[in-house]
Design a protein around this ligand. Structure first.
Ligand code: A3P
Length: 277
């Protein structure tokens, strides 16, 4: 059941590169890669492993949809193609551009507690700077302004204010067109979230629970290897980084800061999350 059901080896009709019928458009550091990789296990789903930054980059966008289509992996008629670029979520032009490509496209948004997302983003910046022998400033210095208030000019804070971004998407798309994945849940129960996504995408239920196993060393769920699979069982080292130790008071401050912003977001998406711990 585990491997056979997800076997992609059978031949379908009319292999061709197709525009994506579904797009994972954010949020950065919420588990976008895990979601894409896991969905890619489905025999009727083909994923683009490279973030295209097509709708969020004027130079790429000016190359036109034919260029974008060329970037897609080949698929058979019965398969759907998924692209993911987390930047789309915060890009002011992306919703309208995606709407123009296909107004009935299926949109997937994976979310994570915005405070934890911020820490994850910060951990990534620290790590990336370290690669270039640069010491990135302490979190407190970046996240607070000179008055000790949360610094809204800090990009990492801005990204986590979800309601400000989703507003632009709701100008073009109905809520029912946007499937929300709980990124915190994807970490502890990938099967459930993938099952929900399969339903949304209208592909049959093929990704079984036992394809996932918890890898103690990695500290995350990984995927059992199937003979035809070429990808490693676990996501790479850049996924699942240790977060910086953060002063309790700072955590509190951030929690308070995000409270009303999260509330606004919940009202817009008609759903709420327990982002308090
Ligand atoms: P951390 O590195 O902060 O733990 P993205 O792919 O959008 O950059 O998100 C990265 C996050 O995906 C990781 O953040 C990690 O918590 C989360 N994640 C979810 N499922 C995972 C899995 N099975 N393996 C590794 N990371 C996973």
């Amino acid at each position: 059941v585990t491997c056979n059901s997800t076997e992609k080896a059978f031949i379908g009709k009319n292999p061709a590169k197709r525009l994506p019928q579904a797009i994972i458009f954010g949020v950065r550091k919420a588990g976008t890669r895990a979601l894409l990789e896991f969905l890619g296990l489905h025999p009727d789903i083909v994923v683009n492993v490279v973030e295209q930054h097509f709708f969020s980059n004027d130079v790429n966008y000016s190359k036109g949809l034919e260029y974008y289509r060329e970037q897609m992996p080949a698929s058979y008629e019965q398969q759907i193609t998924i692209e993911k670029t987390p930047k789309y979520f915060i890009d002011i032009m992306a919703p309208e551009r995606i709407y123009r490509m296909n107004h009935s496209v299926k949109l997937i948004l994976i979310l994570r507690d915005p405070v934890v997302r911020l820490f994850s983003d910060y951990a990534q910046l620290v790590a990336k700077n370290k690669e270039n022998n640069i010491t990135y400033p302490p979190l407190e210095e970046m996240v607070l302004d000179e008055n000790g208030e949360v610094n809204l000019d800090y990009k990492l804070v801005q990204v986590s204010v979800y309601y400000k971004h989703i507003i632009h998407w709701l100008e073009f798309f109905d809520l029912h067109q946007i499937h929300i994945v709980d990124g915190d849940k994807l970490i502890i129960d990938p099967y459930y979230e993938i099952y929900e996504a399969e339903k949304f995408l209208g592909v049959g239920h093929k990704i079984q629970r036992d394809i996932f196993f918890f890898n103690k060393t990695k500290g995350f769920y990984c995927v059992r290897q199937c003979t035809s699979s070429t990808s490693p069982p676990c996501l790479g080292e850049t996924k699942g980084r240790q977060h910086p130790p953060v002063d309790k008071k700072l955590v509190e401050k951030l929690r308070t800061f995000f409270e009303d912003k999260n509330e606004k977001f919940f009202q817009l998406i008609h759903r709420s999350f327990n982002w308090t711990t």
